[in-house]
Design a protein around this ligand. Structure first.
Ligand code: ADP
Length: 483
């Protein structure tokens, strides 16, 4: 980047206007790489949320947005995709400043963000209903309609990608949206809001209120004016969101993280396994819902795999984002301390530890990656989501035990199965209790076309792919007795 990236002002986007929080307050934005504040965001509250919900309602019911055809909506979204691509470098610079992630990971995020708007922009006019054969004299059709006003609460790990993931399908279906991004990192969300305006997004279709979770997030999830809510974040907050949704009698999707296993059988191609096993826990500093945080390794190859994995871990370095190493700083002091306490309190042997770059600022939130094992499958490291660069290696004897251990957490998001035996691939994929299974590969976070979501404590509902268009719409059956 030749010039300094432009940092957005601390303003909310409500009804097409950029406005300060009604209380006039702001929150500091801290760079994880340095621990220092470098920007501010609006500290939105319940009144800003109420304004945004009202603006969305107006856009949906009386404004230009609600009158648009699917083709018109799709074209605006395709334009957004182009604009995100045009500004990708600046967006990536801001994303890596804001989240601490290595610059090339931030660049990859912008490719994905643009792709979401491309995929869903192109899909907007391709979702249609059905005709049902019924009794003589009747004509029955099932039409797919938007919910109305949708609320979106997203986390800090992939702000720009999350806008694409949750807003693009909602907009494609014609909903008017209110987004509450995470207070820790949300600058690119505001930048994409600006690009939406440039692309011709009508006022009120895309509203953004920044602010603290227990204030602005709570106000959005409680608001009786929303018709559906999409949440990505912690299971603890997921419970609050679902409870509030129940009180308002609306639906919700929850994506709450995981403890995703990668199962390595003795016939696996280790040259392919090793980089993926490492990458899936180190990418984004392990702060990914679908991080491959458990390595289940068949006992007959345990020593061999662990030796090679240890070598890889020892060569990993957490460094400031511009150095573009394998991982950057974690998002916040709180997150760093949480991950450090998992590391210091683990009962399992520490097999290998990466490094923190010697020139990384002391005030930054760096954690050296850690590989532990053999971990007891019931231990906290094998059961709880660390959300950091910590891999729990667990040995297993045979296929039956592998499946039992893989399924034996409260989560169920993604799994990887590494074996060259085709029948075993099918058996294990079928037996795993989760939302996505990769065979001889692992796609933490990847695949916009692929339905994604969890079971139990990983949440419910599906994002990505065509499935998301169905989540962000509802069906109406119209029965015509024409005699
Ligand atoms: P994490 O622990 O990873 O920060 P959270 O679940 O706390 O995850 O945060 C995810 C999103 O939920 C953020 O946008 C945050 O502001 C929001 N949030 C946090 N607490 C609440 C709450 N009580 N009600 C609604 N949203 C919340």
């Amino acid at each position: 980047m030749h010039s300094q990236p432009r940092i957005p002002e601390p303003l909310n986007l409500i009804g097409g206007a950029w406005v300060p929080a009604r209380n006039g307050k702001t929150l500091d934005v801290v760079s994880p790489s340095t621990g220092k504040a470098f920007a501010a965001i609006a500290a939105g509250g319940a009144d800003d949320i109420a304004d945004a919900v009202a603006a969305a309602r107006h856009a949906f019911e009386e404004g230009e947005w609600g009158q648009m055809t699917a083709v018109q909506r799709g074209r605006i979204m395709l334009k957004m995709s182009e604009l995100i691509t045009r500004d990708a470098e600046e967006l990536a610079q801001v994303e890596s400043l804001d989240t601490g992630k290595p610059i090339s990971q931030a660049r990859a995020d912008m490719v994905a963000a643009a792709r979401y708007f491309e995929y869903y922009g192109a899909a907007a006019d391709k979702v249609h209903g059905e005709h049902i054969p019924f009794m003589a004299g009747y004509d029955v059709k099932v039409v797919r309609e938007p919910h109305g006003v949708t609320g979106h609460i997203i986390p800090w790990n992939y702000p720009a990608q999350m806008v694409g993931r949750t807003l693009a399908p909602a907009l494609a279906m014609g909903n008017a949206t209110v987004m509450k991004p995470a207070e820790e990192a949300c600058l690119t969300v505001l930048m994409i809001g600006k690009l939406a305006q440039e692309a011709g997004m009508p006022a009120g279709a895309f509203n953004i209120v920044t602010g603290e979770g227990h204030v602005a997030g709570a106000a959005l999830s409680e608001h009786p004016g929303i018709d559906f809510i999409s949440f990505t974040g912690s299971p603890e907050v997921g419970v609050i969101i679902q409870t509030n949704a129940a009180r308002n009698f609306i639906g919700c999707t929850l994506e709450l993280g995981g403890k995703s296993p990668q199962i390595v059988f003795e016939d696996a191609d280790l040259d392919r396994v090793l980089p993926v096993l490492t990458g899936a826990i180190v990418q984004n500093g392990g702060q990914t819902c679908s991080a491959g945080s458990r390595a289940l390794i068949q006992r007959s190859i345990w020593d061999k795999v662990i030796a090679r994995l240890a070598e890889r871990f020892e060569n990993l370095t957490a460094a400031p984002s511009e150095q573009d190493r394998e991982l950057g700083a974690l998002i916040s002091r709180k997150q760093r301390d949480r991950v450090q306490s998992f590391i210091s309190e683990s009962n399992a042997p520490l097999i290998a530890r990466g490094k923190v770059a010697s020139d990384a600022p002391d005030e930054g939130f760096y954690v050296a990656p850690a590989l532990f094992g053999p971990c007891d499958p019931q231990s906290s490291l094998a059961q709880l989501e660390v959300f950091g660069p910590v891999l729990a290696a667990i040995p297993f004897e045979d296929e039956k035990e592998a499946v039992r251990i893989a399924n034996d957490t409260e989560f169920g998001l993604v799994a990887g199965v590494w074996t060259l035996d085709g029948n075993r691939q099918q058996r294990v994929a079928k037996a795993l209790r989760c939302g996505q299974v990769f065979i001889n590969g692992y796609g933490a976070g990847g695949g916009i076309e692929l339905p994604f979501g969890g079971r139990r404590k990983s949440g419910h509902g599906r994002e990505k792919g065509f499935a998301a268009l169905h989540e962000f719409s509802t069906i109406k059956t119209i029965v015509h007795n024409h005699g």
